[in-house]
Design a protein around this ligand. Structure first.
Ligand code: BYC
Ligand code: FE
Ligand code: FE
Length: 471
């Protein structure tokens, strides 16, 4: 069955009504989710928002658009279609039929992967909850809310798997996903980046560019999973994720475009007085979000990831396009490492180096963004360029966590780092300045001073469309 059924209490395309126990369990989690959304979700009250809702899981026209009161949004459970002939593409079980049930020996690892994935989704909603109060336009406000409701749906996607396949432990984990909170002292979110603040819209665009992009790559590896329900869930989530990528990419585009224009029109680097964001502040935000997102890939070498791969739980990005044996027991890979205290590389087995393999795919993708933004600067006639900092810069996870390094990859002493980090990471002054620009613009067709309007609206609507009706 493909088409989501909206006549049920929990919209779904998994024939939930055929499994009363599961349906009841999820229906008892639903009010807790809604309470969490009330308490931890978007704070700006809106009458309704021009949102897309999934009405199919295939092809282009999979969503319908319309004004919806956010509290009435229909969060549901949608999996991509099942391919009954699907076989496992990698690892020890390569060639065997994909699993419809969780094998007992991989239960705890699979649960762990699903819990970590599930934890990030509500975390991002919590991080972004206050941004509505400073939205630079109704178009941007609508995109924020769209991202928020879909991250909420991604939580549903993981909770469905926990409830359907992991018994009582799964239900307990599902409850915990609503109890941990971003930035909480007692019960923080699991991964570092999801306990950072997203206090302003420059952070939001950087987050959706760099951190949602980690989501794209991690979901890509879980889509390869031998556990077919996880694979199908992730396949559909990736469809939604494309919009989050668009928000980040074009968001940063528009900030850079505005800054470049103010620079050339006034023949100055000092655009702050003109209500735009200086390029070096943009670079500092980029440095922060990129380095924190690199931490999300785990260590350069990891026995966890080697085990996940060999067991068939987590594959590589575009596994089927790789032209090796998909088992990797005889292969090796060069990974970043500290060699006698110096930044270098070392050869390790391909299996333990799989986090590095994925991170490389991610970095190559991020380079595309920087190229784009530099093209905008070039076309505007601005000589300066943005860049990605070195992988050793500002790291809390992996080989370079114990050391300090500059964005160009020079090792620094702790003292040098302390005295110079304000050149590379947002300082309190930078953050205060960016926040001072964050004044809400809720008038139709109007836009804040610090970014350019988008080239295209949503679903063919113009920029000055009434995307949100505020109360
Ligand atoms: N913060 O063996 P290692 C998204 C832990 S984003 C804190 O190298 P492994 C989204 C690690 O758990 C995608 N702890 O790690 C985006 C391990 O702990 P244990 C989210 C960290 O397991 C925007 C220990 O350090 N999905 O969807 O190879 C908006 C040793 O590490 C961190 C996934 O991540 C960190 N940054 O790889 C909304 C997919 N990094 O075992 C949504 C599922 C590592 O010693 N997760 N640690 O207790 C995984 O595949 C892996 O768990 C990781 C880590 C890639 C995260
Ligand atoms: Fe997500
Ligand atoms: Fe996302």
């Amino acid at each position: 069955m493909t088409t989501p059924d909206y006549s049920e209490k929990i919209p779904n395309n998994v024939s939930l009504h055929e499994d009363r126990r599961l349906q009841r369990a999820l229906e008892s989690w639903q009010p807790d989710f809604l309470t969490w959304w009330q308490d931890m979700g978007p704070t700006l009250p809106a009458q309704d928002v021009y949102l897309r809702t999934a009405t199919d899981v295939r092809g282009e026209g999979w969503a319908t658009f319309g004004h919806v009161p956010m509290k009435d949004y229909r969060w549901g459970i949608f999996l991509a279609d099942r391919n009954p002939d699907r076989t496992i593409a990698f690892g020890q079980h390569k060639g065997e039929p994909a699993w419809q049930k969780v094998p007992g020996e991989y239960r705890s690892e699979l649960r762990r992967l699903i819990v970590i994935q599930g934890d990030t989704e509500p975390a991002s909603v919590e991080q972004q909850r206050n941004l509505g109060a400073t939205a630079p336009s109704l178009y941007d406000l609508r995109n924020l809310f769209q991202v928020n409701v879909e991250e909420g749906r991604h939580l549903w996607a993981m909770v469905y798997l926990l409830h359907a396949h992991f018994g009582r432990e799964g239900r307990e984990e599902a409850a915990e996903l609503l109890h941990r909170n971003s930035g909480s002292q007692d019960a923080p979110r699991i991964l570092g980046a999801f306990n950072e603040e997203t206090p302003d819209w420059l952070s939001f665009f950087m987050f959706t560019y760099f951190t949602d992009r980690d989501g794209k790559y991690q979901l890509g590896t879980l889509k390869e999973s031998a556990f077919d329900p996880l694979s199908r869930t992730c396949e559909f989530m990736l469809k939604e994720e494309a919009h989050h990528m668009m928000v980040g990419t074009t968001g940063v585009d528009r900030v850079v475009e505005r800054t470049a224009r103010v620079m050339t029109e006034n023949d100055t680097d000092d655009v702050a007085g003109h209500g735009a964001i200086p390029l070096d502040v943009i670079q500092k935000y980029l440095n922060f979000h990129y380095s924190v997102s690199l931490d999300l890939f785990g260590g350069e070498t990891s026995t966890n990831v080697a085990n996940y791969y060999s067991a068939g739980l987590k594959g590589r990005w575009l596994e089927e396009r790789r032209s090796d044996d998909h088992v990797l027991t005889d292969d090796s890979i060069m990974v970043d490492a500290l060699i006698d205290g110096q930044i270098g590389v070392t050869e390790v087995s391909a299996l333990t180096g799989l986090n590095t393999d994925l991170r490389r795919e991610y970095i190559a993708d991020c380079e595309g963004g920087v190229k784009r933004w530099n093209r905008i600067l070039e076309r505007a006639g601005v000589g300066r360029r943005l860049y990605l900092p070195h992988v050793a810069f500002n790291r809390q996870v992996g080989a370079f966590a114990p050391i300090e390094a500059s964005p160009s990859g020079d090792r620094l002493t702790a003292g040098e780092w302390e005295s110079r980090k304000g050149e590379w990471l947002p300082t309190d002054t930078d953050k205060t300045f960016v926040r001072s620009l964050m004044k809400p613009v809720y008038e139709r067709g109007k836009i804040a001073s610090w970014l350019a309007p988008p080239r295209n609206g949503i679903n063919g609507q113009p920029f000055d469309y009434e995307y949100v009706h505020l109360v």
